[in-house]
Design a protein around this ligand. Structure first.
Ligand code: ZN
Length: 350
């Protein structure tokens, strides 16, 4: 099966991968076989390509990339009851051990045994077909395209963050960072009830994209504007009810409580490979609540429902689409981080 294989750091090949053919022959009774249609390129895929590792996860053997996916069910395991051949679906890429304590407590995303696509040593899905559990495969309504469905995975991070924040209608939100995750978080915060969401970045083009998503989103360029002063000025000195940290920058994290209102909530989203420090005194005087998220749990059906109803529109975030045969080129483009791009996707031949 021709797959996009990360041979080692800086080396990608589109080639046959006999190992995955052997694994894929096994269709368990509660599994479905899926013909992949669209796969989004995630920052993590690009990071494995350019660095060969993310924190403790190191690429030691050739690994297939990709984890943001949609496709069509082409075969059912013997005990599958909720899906049919021909169903259009999106898939949740992390599979926990269903008997683990974390899974039994409903926190399956933080099960230490979770197997997540394109996280070494688990292969991703930039390949023609995959086998996946029925329980982590979600049927799409007719009005949700394959491209939108492949955005459900990153959107799920934003929806999980907004859920953890416990937003109340009319809250003022602030998202630090206008990358793909910052933008889906801003959309999720609005869908969760925020009256206005401020989004910060250093790149004017990214802020322009952020503001184009909704009249309730205000971009603030922190290269020239003081976000704390701006938030204070707009809220009679009170601050933002919720601050989402989506830059992964230790500098942003260090000042994360400054724009926060008393009694507000900070959600840490951006990955931090090294220990960081933040101002615990500033958190204390506000009685700030701090939430951390790791990927998401229980939100894929909610994301699909919001795409179907129009409560969230991710289409403006999909800025470029490549053919599967051009995957290596697509990753070279993604690695160069073009400022006008948010999400690039790869379409597989059907
Ligand atoms: Zn992703």
């Amino acid at each position: 099966m021709k797959s996009l294989v990360l041979e080692r750091k800086d080396e990608l090949l589109l080639r046959d991968f006999p190992d995955i053919d052997r694994q894929e022959q096994v269709l368990g009774p509660r599994d479905v076989r899926i013909k992949l249609h669209t796969v989004g390129i995630c920052g993590s895929d690009v990071h494995y390509y350019t660095h060969g590792r993310i924190g403790p996860f190191v690429v030691q053997e050739p690994m297939i990339l990709g984890h943001e996916a949609s496709g069509t069910v082409i075969e059912l395991g013997a005990q599958v009851t909720t899906l049919r051949v021909g169903d259009r679906v999106c898939m949740e890429p992390g599979i926990p051990d269903p008997n683990s304590k974390a899974a039994r407590l409903g926190m399956y995303n933080i099960d230490p045994a979770v197997r997540f696509w394109a996280t070494p040593p688990i292969h991703g899905i930039l390949r023609p077909t995959c086998v996946h559990p029925e329980a982590f495969t979600y049927r799409l309504p007719d009005n949700v395209s394959f491209a939108e469905a492949a955005m459900v995975e990153p959107l799920a991070v934003g929806v999980h963050a907004a859920t953890k924040a416990r937003i109340r209608p009319g809250d003022i939100g602030l998202v630090l960072g206008a990358g793909p995750i910052g933008l889906v978080t801003a959309l999720s915060a609005l869908a969760g009830g925020c009256a206005r969401v401020y989004v910060t970045d250093l790149a004017p083009k990214k802020l322009e994209i952020a503001e184009s998503l909704s009249p309730a989103i205000t971009g603030v360029n922190v290269a020239c504007d003081d976000i704390v002063a701006r938030i204070k000025a707009d809220t009679d000195g009170w601050g933002a009810d919720v601050v989402f940290e989506a830059t992964g920058s230790p500098r942003a994290a260090a000042g994360v409580f400054e724009p926060l209102a008393p009694g507000g909530c900070v959600v840490m989203i951006g990955g931090q490979p090294d220990p960081i420090s933040y101002d615990a005194g500033a958190a204390m005087v506000r009685e700030a609540r701090v939430e951390n998220i790791f990927r998401y749990a229980h939100v894929f059906p909610r994301c699909v429902a919001m795409l179907a109803s129009g409560a969230i529109d991710v289409k403006p975030l999909i800025t470029r689409t490549f053919a599967f045969d051009d995957s290596v080129h697509a990753f070279e483009v993604a690695a160069s981080a073009p400022p006008a791009d948010v999400k690039m996707q790869i379409e597989l031949p059907q």
